[in-house]
Design a protein around this ligand. Structure first.
Ligand SMILES: Nc1ncnc2c1ncn2[C@@H]1O[C@H](COP(=O)(O)O)[C@@H](OP(=O)(O)O)[C@H]1O
Ligand SMILES: [Mg+2]
Length: 271
């Protein structure tokens, strides 16, 4: 068992070593993109590389030291049928979110580390190693970002506060690059937007959290490791993640194989 109490101050302190760990895993992934990686298909036909697997191993080792005893729900372990105990506090990680983008040479892939307490994302870290962007947030404790040269680790004193922006008359909307669906299109068709950008990873949450975009629309399926870290970050920065009915996403949905339903990420409350 861990001795985590879940207080805001404790979580803000915990975010520091977790950010360093995500950045280390990101550096490993980025270096493998230069030296070469191997791609194979998973049971669901989605790609996986040795970068996903090695980064997950690094994260599991590091999390075992930082938060011993806290179960870790991890994408690659879950795809082999190994599920963590998620009825209490648990970590949820995607070691390489946006593997398709990574394989295609696009830079938006992320390392996601989330912490779920009482069914809610309580801390979130996103590293975007190829773009040198590092985000962290604790709902109630604020959100921060650091910028660094790609391939280098962020300066621990380089984190500055970020917040979502007031929604402009014509908002900037984000969607998945590769997994769009008719409901997402219909929702966007109903809105007057300035522009729409497609990106394949949790970087979309970072862009909403820092006020570069206003909403991220996702009616197609995602997994809890795609959203836990990003949701904590966006909420910490002043935004929200809501189902079309205005409900919160739940976490630890073992009976749904940790699959999320539709949601919209809002920088500011929906009007
Ligand atoms: N049919 C499906 N069922 C469950 N999750 C899906 C899915 N299609 C896509 N996803 C999830 O959506 C994520 C990609 O979304 P996006 O491109 O917007 O980041 C995938 O993450 P991975 O790419 O890490 O597997 C995957 O987890
Ligand atoms: Mg993913």
């Amino acid at each position: 068992m861990s001795s985590l109490s879940g207080g805001t101050k404790e979580l803000v302190s915990l975010a520091i070593p977790l950010t360093e760990l995500a950045a280390e895993a990101g550096r490993l992934i980025l270096s493998l993109s230069k030296t070469g990686f191997e791609v194979r298909s998973k049971a669901d036909a989605s790609p996986v590389t040795n970068a996903d697997v090695q980064a997950e191993e690094m994260l599991m080792r590091g999390l075992g030291l930082i938060l011993p005893g806290v179960p870790v729900l991890a994408e690659e372990s879950a795809s082999c049928g190994q599920y963590a105990e998620t009825s209490g506090t648990f970590l949820v990680i995607d070691p390489l979110d946006g593997t398709r983008e990574y394989v295609a040479g696009r830079p938006e892939y992320t390392v996601n580390i989330g912490l779920v307490i009482a069914g809610r994302p309580a801390l979130g870290i996103l590293a975007v190693p190829a773009l040198g962007r590092f985000y962290r947030g604790v709902p109630g404790g604020g959100a921060q970002r650091a910028l660094a040269e790609p391939g280098t680790l962020p300066d621990k004193h380089g984190f500055t506060p970020i917040a979502t922006r007031a929604q402009p008359a014509l908002p900037v909307a984000l969607t998945s690059r590769g997994y769009n669906d008719p409901m997402t299109e219909a929702f966007l068709d109903m809105m007057a937007i300035e522009k729409r950008e497609r990106l394949g990873s949790a970087y979309k949450f970072g862009l909403v959290a820092e006020g570069s975009a206003d909403l991220y629309v996702r009616f197609g399926p995602t997994m809890e490791w795609d959203t836990a870290a990003g949701e904590a970050l966006v909420v910490a920065a002043g935004g929200s993640v809501l189902t079309p009915e205005g409900e919160l996403l739940g976490y630890g949905k073992v009976e749904q194989d940790f699959r999320n339903g539709p949601f919209v990420v809002w920088g500011q409350p929906p009007r």
